[in-house]
Design a protein around this ligand. Structure first.
Ligand code: NAD
Length: 305
């Protein structure tokens, strides 16, 4: 239910209660209740909110404000990385929010230059976040030329309760195969570039076959192509009375992908969360699936070493 822009109010008792809560919060507008956000059960038994908030390229000086606004909008899953240089701001916003730690899901990532001293890299991230544990710790790229992701993974396997779940990013099927063959714990997630124009179905299939949940990065295509020119997205937006971004986020959710679009704009934060009250039809899903054209916006996984 959206409570943005309500004027005179003659709603149900629940809506009336929400209105009073909103008034008591000093007019803070939460469009989506965190409890409404669906969760995905990972292969280690842990649950992750399927819709979260990413902070790639959020200026470190702005991160505390941006993440505070995201938490206020209703996000409870934040995706950061050591490489983003903004873990401190994420941690400060979370500490200031007063939200119990167990109600939040925090992901951070280890950059390949730290694969040879993975535990020290992990400890630095925890320290910057000001946390005793993260919910998900990821190897950021396979960096196959360095030939040390297996060694780093073995360190992640030993982190225990300090990294509640562990996973990888940007792993191609051959990297997943090698990791699974040579180590004990199957990654909980594989996070890779995934949006209508680049769906990487081979990686999807290899991940699913191994029981690894899929996280989509760059879910809106990072603004690198104009969603209004993608006819099936524009048509679905018109027919559901939703925005282009909302249609694309909904497409990810209906595919079962975990998704955390990024924006520094509070209105868009709420817009991107307000996707739980409509459903794309099977035909609309297929039409958006057919936008696949191999349009990679970021780096190829073999090229970051
Ligand atoms: P994204 O697809 O989320 O796109 C972000 C862009 O979309 C921004 O420029 C923003 O202005 C615009 N946008 C957001 N909401 C909008 C709306 N409602 N309407 C119009 N435009 C809107 O790209 P991303 O930030 O690269 O990806 C999301 C997250 O994925 C990142 O923040 C990060 O957490 C993660 N990520 C991970 C990796 C990796 O290698 N593991 C790489 C890139 C990103």
């Amino acid at each position: 239910m959206s409570i943005v822009g309500t004027g005179n109010f003659f709603g149900s008792p629940e809506e009336e209660r929400d209105r009073l809560v909103q008034a008591l919060q000093g007019g803070k507008r939460q469009t989506t209740k965190p409890a409404e956000i669906p969760t995905v059960r990972l292969n280690d038994g842990n649950k992750i909110p399927q819709l979260g908030f990413g902070v790639f390229k959020v200026d470190p000086a702005e991160t505390e404000r941006v993440v505070s606004e995201a938490l206020e909008a209703g996000y409870r899953h934040i995706d950061t990385a050591a490489f983003y240089n903004n873990e401190e701001g994420v941690g400060r916003a979370i500490a200031a929010s007063g939200i119990p730690r167990e109600e939040l899901f925090v992901t951070t990532k280890l950059w390949p230059t730290r694969f040879d001293d993975a535990e020290a890299g992990f400890n630095e991230s925890l320290e910057k976040l000001g946390m005793e544990y993260v919910d998900l710790f990821l190897l950021h790229w396979p960096a196959p030329r360095n030939n040390n992701f297996v060694q780093a993974w073995k360190v992640l396997e030993q982190l225990g309760e300090r990294a509640r779940s562990i996973g990888v990013c940007n792993f191609l099927p051959e990297h997943l195969r090698q990791l699974i063959d040579e180590t004990t714990i199957v990654p909980a997630v594989n996070q890779f570039e995934l949006h209508p124009a680049l769906q990487q179905r081979d990686i999807q299939e290899a991940s699913k076959a191994a029981g690894i949940a899929i996280e989509s990065w760059g879910p809106l295509g990072q603004g690198k192509y104009d969603l209004s020119k993608e006819a099936p997205i524009a048509a679905a937006a018109r027919s559901h009375g939703k925005t282009l971004a909302q249609v694309v986020i909904r497409w990810h959710l209906q595919h079962g992908f975990i998704v955390f679009p990024k924006t520094v704009n509070p209105e868009r934060m709420r817009e991107n969360l307000d996707v739980l009250d409509f459903e794309l039809t099977a035909e609309e899903m297929v039409a958006i699936d057919n936008l696949e054209r191999g349009a990679r916006g970021g780096s190829h996984p073999n090229d970051i070493n």
